[in-house]
Design a protein around this ligand. Structure first.
Ligand code: 5RP
Length: 260
C-alpha cells in the first residue's frame, strides 16, 4: 500500500505523524477534517491502542467523529470538553503569518469554532499548501439555505469594493443537489485568485445576512507542520519564531507503519 502513495499523500502522512507527537496524555484535542486530518486521527488511534494514550477528542465533522470512534478515540462534544488544549487540522492554503483558507471539505464552521476554543491550533499540510498571498484556492463561505441567492448577490456586491482579483461566486454542488454541510447549510465558493487584505475580507463577509462563517482563519493558527514527499517534516512555531526540520528516518521504509 505504501508504495502506491503519491508524494502528496506521503507528505500529508508525515506531517500528521509529527503533529500526533504533540499530543500528550490527558489532553482534550480538536480533531480536524480532511485527508491530512484523517491520517492524524488514525495515528492518534494507534497511540491510544499501543501506548495507552488517554485523550478526549472533539471532532469537527461527522466524518471525523466516525473515524475517531472506529480507531478507538474517546469522542466528546465541544460542550462536554468545555475548552481544548490543542486542535490539529488540515488547511487548503496557509501564508507566512499562518493565516489560512479552510473549508475545502465543507467543515469550516465546526473547524473554526473548535480551533478558536483551543489553547493552540496546529495546522498539518503538505508543502504545496504554502502561498505568499491567500486566494488561489476558492474561499469557502458557509451560508444558510434560506435566500442563498440573495446572499450570493450581496457577497458579489461586497467583493466589488474589496482588494481581490476575481469575483465569481459558485454554489458548491454534490452531484445534482447543493452540498449540505453538517450544520444543514450550503457552501458558496469565492474565486478570488488573490486576497489583498484577508483580515478585512473576513470581517466584511461575516457582516452579510445569510453568511454563517467564512473560511479565512486569521490569527487562529499557532504552528504549522509541513510535510514533504521525501519524508522531511518542518515544524514552524509562529509565536516563538522557531523552525525545526526533521529528516526522513533512515533505514527501512519510512511509511511501514502505515500498512494494515
Ligand atoms: C475541511 C478542511 C480541510 O482541512 C482542508 O480542505 C484540507 O483538506 P486535505 O487535508 O484533504 O487536503 O478545511 O473543511
Amino acid at each position: 500500500m505504501t508504495g502506491e502513495m503519491s508524494p502528496i499523500e506521503q507528505a500529508k502522512f508525515v506531517a500528521a505523524n509529527r503533529a500526533a507527537e504533540l499530543v500528550q496524555d490527558g489532553m482534550r484535542v480538536g480533531l480536524g477534517t480532511g485527508s491530512t486530518a484523517a491520517w492524524l486521527v488514525r495515528r492518534l488511534g494507534e497511540r491510544v491502542s499501543k501506548e495507552g494514550l488517554k485523550i478526549r477528542g472533539v471532532p469537527t465533522s461527522t466524518a471525523t467523529a466516525q473515524l475517531a470512534r472506529e480507531v478507538g478515540i474517546e469522542v466528546v462534544s465541544l460542550d462536554q470538553a468545555g475548552w481544548l488544549d490543542l486542535t490539529i487540522d488540515g488547511a487548503d492554503e496557509f501564508d507566512g503569518e499562518l493565516n489560512l483558507i479552510k473549508g475545502g471539505g465543507a467543515a469550516l464552521l465546526q473547524e473554526k469554532i473548535v480551533a478558536t476554543a483551543s489553547d493552540q491550533m496546529v495546522v498539518i499540510a503538505d508543502a504545496g499548501k504554502e502561498v505568499e498571498t491567500l486566494g488561489a484556492f476558492p474561499l469557502p463561505v458557509e451560508v444558510i439555505p434560506f435566500g442563498w441567492q440573495t446572499t450570493k448577490l450581496l457577497i458579489e456586491e461586497a467583493l466589488d469594493t474589496m482588494d481581490v482579483l476575481g469575483n465569481s461566486v459558485t454554489l458548491r454542488m454534490n452531484s445534482e443537489a447543493p452540498k449540505v454541510t453538517d450544520e444543514g447549510n450550503h457552501i458558496l465558493d469565492l474565486h478570488l485568485k488573490r486576497i489583498g487584505n484577508a483580515r478585512q475580507l473576513a470581517l466584511v463577509l461575516n457582516q452579510i445576512p445569510g453568511v454563517v462563517e467564512n473560511g479565512l482563519f486569521i490569527d487562529i493558527c499557532d504552528k504549522v507542520v509541513i510535510g514533504h514527499g521525501d519524508g522531511r517534516v518542518e515544524l514552524r512555531n509562529l509565536n516563538e519564531g522557531t523552525v525545526e526540520v526533521g529528516e526522513p528516518r533512515s533505514g527501512d521504509n519510512l511509511f511501514s507503519d502505515l500498512a494494515g
